[in-house]
Write a protein that binds this ligand. Sequence first.
Ligand code: GLC
Length: 585
Amino acid sequence: VLFISVSVIGQTIDQQADSILNLMTIEEKIGQMTQVERNALIIDQDIATYSIGSLLSGGGSSPEPNTQESWANMYDNYQGIALQSNLGIPMIYGIDAVHGHNNVQGAVIFPHNIGMGCTWNTELIKTANEIVASEVAATGIDWTFAPCIAVARNERWGRTYEGFGETPEIQKLMAEASVLGLQGTDLSLNETILACAKHYVGDGGTADGIDQGNTQMSEDSLRQIHMQGYIDAIDAGVGTVMASFNSWNGEKLHGHDYLLTDVLKNELGFEGFVISDWAGVDQIDEDYRTAIKRAINAGIDMVMVPDRYEVFISHLTSLVNDGEVSETRIDDAVLRILKQKLLLDLFENPYSDNATAGDFGSQAHRDVARQVVRESMVLLNAKNDVLPLQKNGQNILVAGELAADLGAQCGGWTISWQGNNGDITTGTNILTGINNLAETSTITYAPDGNYSTAPDVAVVVVGEKTPYAEGQGDRTSLNLGETDIQLMKKLKKAGIPTVAVLISGRPMIFGELLPYTDAVLAAWYPGTEGDGVAEVLYGDYQPSGMLTHSWPKAMWQVPVNFGDNLYDPLFAYKHGLQEFPASAG
Ligand code: GLC
C-alpha cells in the first residue's frame, strides 16, 4: 500500500486508478471483481491469495459476539489479510444496512422504506441515512446495499416494504435523499459510506408481484415507472448499482447488455460499478461458465458469487484467456471498482476508525429514528373523538400480540435475514411506548382483548405477525388474519371505542372491518423506536404521514396504482388525515 500511495500522489482519481491497473495481473483484476460471503471463505488467507476485491455479510451473517466492537475487529482482520496480497489493494466490505445497521445488536433500527416514504420528508430521510452511515462506519464497513428504490406495483410482493412506494415520484425523492445521506458529498470522510441503488431495473414490476419474476411491459413503461429514480441516484453520485434478479420481457437483467451497459452506463452516465445480486449470475444459464460470460459482457462489474469463488475465478480467467471476455471489459470493470475504493480513501485509511463508535445506538440517533416513526404514521380514518388517547383519567386496553413484539415491529432484515418475533434487540415496543407516556391513565395489556373492567378505549395492534424478507413474503392474499378480525369485532360489539394500529409491510385488506374500528393507524414496520407510535396516539404529534401506496378495497383490486383508469381504492395515494377530527359527538 505504501508503494501504491507513493506512486499515485498528485494524480486525479482516474489517473490513480489507471496507475494501479497498470500494475495488476489478469488474476488480480479478476480477483477484484469477486465478492465473497465471509462464511464461504475456505481459508481467510484466500482473500490475499486471490486478491479478493470485496467481502459481504449476507442477512444475519454476524460475528460472535454481535457487537459494534466485534464487527470492527472482524473487519480489520479481513482487511489486514487483503493488504497482504501482492499489491495490497484494500477490500471493500458490503452489507444490507437497509433500515439501520440492522444486522448488529444495539443498532438503531429505523422504519422500513415504506414508512420512510410516507413521511414525504426528504430532509429527515437524508438525516436518517447519515445516521445509518455513521453506525455502519463505526463497524468499519464501507458499503451498504441500500437504498432499495423498487417501485412496488403489486403489494403481493414480499419486498414491497423495502421500497418507498408505488410511483416514480416517491422513488425519485427518496433515492436522492438516501444516497446523499449515505454518501454525503465526500466519500473519504469516515462517517460516509458507499451506497447501492437497487435492484436495477423493474424489480417491483413483476407479474403478480412474484419475487424475482418477469416484468412484462414496454420499454417506455419500464423507463417511466421503474427507472426514473436511478437518474436521481446517479445525479446524487451513487457509487454502485445492484442488478436485479427479475427478467424484463423474459430476459434476465443480470445478462441484459442493453439495460446494463447501453442504458445505465452509456445513456444515463453511471460511472460507478454494477454489483450482481446474490448468485444472480448463476440464474442466467445452467452452464455457469456461459452465465459468467454473459453477465460480465453485459456489464456486471463485480460478482456477488457469493460462495464458490475459486470456480468463478477459474471460469472468468479461462474466458479471458480464450478471448470470450475481453481484457478491455475486465479493465473497465476494475477501473470502476478501484475508483470507488479511491474515493473511499481506502488505500490511505483501510482500517476501521472508532471516530463514530461512541454514537452507535445512541439516544441522539434514536431520537431521529423516533421522529421518522412519528412522521411515517398514516391515520387512515378516525370517526370521532376516539383519538387522541388521554394520558390522564382514561382506562386504556391494549390488545393484540403485536403490541408487545419488538421483532414484529422491526420486520425482516433485522438481526437475521428474515427477522424474528420477540425481544431481538434494544428497543421499545408499542405497549411500552403507550405505558411510558401514560400519567394517571391505566394501561391494561390483554393480547386476546379480554378485560374485567370495561375500558374507555382499546388500542388493537394487528397485522403481519411473522417477519419476512424477499420471496418468503410473497402472498396471494393480503386479508387480515382471522384472529385480528375476531378481536376487533369482539371489542366493537362490546361497545368499546377501538383504535386499530396496523403493523405491516404493505396495505392489508380490511374488508368489512372498517365499521368495527373507530380509527385506523398504519404504522408499517416502525423499527426500535415504538415511542413514536405512542406519541401520535396520544396527540403529542399530529398525524402527518401520507400514503405512498394506494390502499385496495379487496384482493380483486390488487394491483391498484395511482394513475390507473377507473382508480377507486379504499384510500388513495397520498391519503392521510393530518389531524384528529374534532369530536363528532
Ligand atoms: C439478497 C437481495 C439483495 C441483497 C443481497 C445481499 O438476495 O436480493 O437485496 O442486497 O442478496 O444480501
